[in-house]
Design a protein around this ligand. Sequence first.
Ligand SMILES: C[S@@+](CC[C@H](N)C(=O)[O-])C[C@H]1O[C@@H](n2cnc3c(N)ncnc32)[C@H](O)[C@@H]1O
Ligand code: SF4
Ligand code: SF4
Length: 319
Amino acid sequence: MTLILYVVSLIFCKMAYTNKLATILRHFVPVFVTQSLNVYFRTSYSFAASFDITYKCPLKCKHCYFIRQGYNKELSDEEWVKIFHKLRKKGVLVAIWVGGEPLLRKDLVRKGVEIFPFNWLITNGTLPIPNWEKVVVWISVDGTKPYYEKIRGPVYDKVKSNILSSPVAFRLAIVINKLNLECIEDLILEWVEYEKCIGINFDLYTPSIGEKGDLVLGNKDISNILQKLLKARNKYGDKIMVTKRMIDLHKVKNRSKVIGKNCLVRNVISLDPLGRRKRPCVIVGADCNRCGCTIPYLFTSALKYYDIPTYKMFLTHCL
Ligand SMILES: C[S@@+](CC[C@H](N)C(=O)[O-])C[C@H]1O[C@@H](n2cnc3c(N)ncnc32)[C@H](O)[C@@H]1O
Ligand code: SF4
Ligand code: SF4
């Protein structure tokens, strides 16, 4: 069933390049089969790995899970490259470059990009954005200028000018929390017509266990946000990277089917700056029952509900 739906979704999705399609088919048929085994037989095949390639970062964002983890050491280039090869041999296809700010170790990330067939670079945009093949670039912009700066500090103009002066097509990565929820519509308006912004992704803030503070979204906030995202999705289609099924699963009454002990992201290998496995995922110490990360909703929508628009969105945006 998964396989049939996967192939059907490929036919419907707007894949422009035949060689890219061939790569995806070659790699992702086994991935979708093994991920389905994970769902039904609770096996733990990992097709993706995230690397906290450095602990360093010029920013101190209020919402950042990584800062709370308090790292102050990292592996050398040689140590990391050994790990990349090992994981590639084990079947990891998608490398997710994070940190800290991954572009502070740009040469190392470049080496990693050569090793993995698919790569996601998640950057704060304070450094020039590299124009590399095989890389999906995500730039974290958590608000229109005043909201952004409340969370990320006074670097909005620098980030925006880096983005505008770069030829690279990118997706925006937005984390909605209590401090920026008012600017969602304006933020979409600011970026949606910009040609090189080819997708806008929304995560909801994931709090730490026991966290109450000024970032945490209440149930009513979540419901309002989901309505706004649904409206945007209806208006702008696939550019808004949450499908209707994902939005539905995000509803407070449905969330337990997706997150907590049911979360499919637990199979992704996440390594800290010293190359050690992070559990349950990159957000060590997260309150999994209040998780707002989009990936578990995407995986569940695709692998448990066989949702064609989600497959299409994934194949269009994430590879
Ligand atoms: C830790 S950052 C590392 C990459 C880079 N420094 C950046 O900011 O894009 C990776 C992503 O996680 C997001 N993030 C940080 N803390 C989060 C949280 N508590 N809940 C959800 N997303 C979070 C950031 O906004 C960013 O998009
Ligand atoms: S730029 Fe990224 S790693 Fe740095 S503090 Fe902000 S979210 Fe965390
Ligand atoms: S924080 Fe979210 S993505 Fe991570 S393991 Fe928990 S539920 Fe899954």
